[in-house]
Design a protein around this ligand. Structure first.
Ligand SMILES: *[C@@H]1O[C@H](CO)[C@@H](O)[C@H](O)[C@H]1NC(C)=O
Ligand SMILES: *[C@@H]1O[C@H](CO)[C@@H](O)[C@H](O)[C@H]1NC(C)=O
Ligand SMILES: *[C@@H]1O[C@H](CO)[C@@H](O)[C@H](O)[C@H]1NC(C)=O
Ligand SMILES: *[C@@H]1O[C@H](CO)[C@@H](O)[C@H](O)[C@H]1NC(C)=O
Length: 350
């Protein structure tokens, strides 16, 4: 073994601190990583903030149980922007919305909810109205269920009115009914900590004050420590692995950094008011990118549209929001911007 390797190794080990509770508290269910403010099943109470309980079904599906509206599958948690996507286990979110999505006693709220009226129409009635959204999972052999933004069109002569409910607009990308809905939370606010790649956690053993440890500026991050532990015992492999790891990390950091720069001013901003939509001319004026075979985006490395959660495919048309440089499928973001004049990710108002 070479001496340099050993010294390097010892130096690195000495910079590792004992496991903090945030490491014990970081778990996963299937591909979903679960960490503060969420806690899973029988983890310690202090691993999560009150009312952020999740459970893991069949060791693969994360489940969120809402006290008044039942169980939802968790599709994805975005810790940085404090959003959680949930879906009906039967892929029929509209049904769950009609049953009443009651978020009382939960820390969550809908982003940009919009009122829609649901109608049950005879199948042969002309459903050519551009704004009427057909809901396949509620429709039957001889009737169609459609939803229309409140007050736009009166269908009551043709159809029977079912109910008017608040709909999270991300769901109204309507492109595939399995998308689920996006909820957001304000408390605890770990956005700045996540941004530094720190560990958001309780400051003490009893109070609800939340702090941040191990950011970029303070020792090694959690991920670096894991990277290092894999190499323990085989210093040569270890050093090699570390070089590769650090390279990766640098790439990641660049990506991260770009995104963060664009958002730096708006990240803490939460627009609670429902913004008005944009007109088509304005939307059309936003830049469009046609993806090449490499599917590489000019700026951000994201490969999934956060509205419909589908991966970008070659030859697809993407649209960028100029102020924040976020990309989305043109179809998805156009629908969204007609209803909300704000970026669904960073809530920047163009
Ligand atoms: C969440 O889990 C904690 C710890 O097990 C429990 O005390 C609390 O009642 C749970 N909360 C809900 C809403 O289920
Ligand atoms: C658990 O998952 C396996 C495969 O992923 C599946 O075959 C099985 O039916 C699932 N069980 C339940 C109870 O969902
Ligand atoms: C949610 O359900 C609870 C219990 O049924 C009820 O008291 C509360 O008013 C409901 N909230 C909304 C917004 O409907
Ligand atoms: C058509 O709908 C009516 C009620 O709207 C129902 O009674 C009837 O059974 C349906 N027919 C078929 C073939 O589903």
């Amino acid at each position: 073994m070479n001496l340099f390797g050993i010294i390097f190794f010892i130096l690195l080990l000495s910079s590792l601190r004992p496991s903090t509770s945030s490491e014990i508290c970081s778990v996963s269910c299937g591909i979903q990583s679960i960490r503060f403010p969420f806690r899973l099943d029988d983890q310690l109470d202090r691993c999560g903030y009150p009312r952020f309980n999740l459970s893991c079904k069949n060791q693969s599906q994360t489940v969120l149980s809402l006290p008044f509206s039942g169980d939802f599958d968790v599709v994805n948690i975005d810790y940085m922007f404090q959003n959680i996507w949930i879906n009906d286990p039967d892929n029929c979110v509209p049904k769950r919305l009609l049953q009443g999505l009651n978020l009382s006693l939960t820390p969550f709220s809908l982003l940009y909810p919009q009122s829609f009226t649901f109608f049950k129409c005879p199948t042969d009635a002309s459903m050519e109205l551009p704004e009427a959204k057909y809901i396949p999972c509620l429709s039957g052999g001889n009737f169609s269920v459609v939803a229309i933004p409140v007050g736009r069109v009166d269908l009551s002569t043709l159809c029977s009115e079912m109910e008017t409910v608040l709909v999270p607009v991300s769901w109204t990308s309507w492109l595939s009914p399995g998308n689920g809905i996006m909820l957001t939370w304000n408390e605890p606010n770990c956005m700045l900590c996540e941004r530094r790649a720190g560990n958001c956690m309780f400051k003490s053993d009893s109070a609800l004050d939340v702090g941040c440890s191990d950011g970029f500026s303070n020792g090694l991050s959690r991920r670096t420590k894991y990277g290092i532990m894999f190499g323990v015992g085989i210093p040569v492999l270890f050093v090699l692995g570390l070089v590769i790891y650090l390279r990766r990390k640098a790439d990641n950091y660049d990506h991260h950094h770009n995104r963060m720069e664009a958002l730096s001013d708006s990240i803490a901003l939460r627009l609670d008011a429902v913004a008005k939509g944009l007109d088509e001319k304005t939307i059309e004026a936003y830049p469009v990118t046609l993806l090449g075979e490499s599917r590489r985006l000019p700026r951000l490395n994201h490969n999934t549209c956060s509205i419909c959660l589908d991966e970008y495919q070659a030859k697809e048309k993407l649209r960028t929001i100029p102020d924040c440089k976020h990309y989305f499928h043109a179809d998805c973001i156009d629908e969204w911007l007609k209803l909300n004049a704000a970026c669904p990710l960073c809530r920047n108002t163009p």
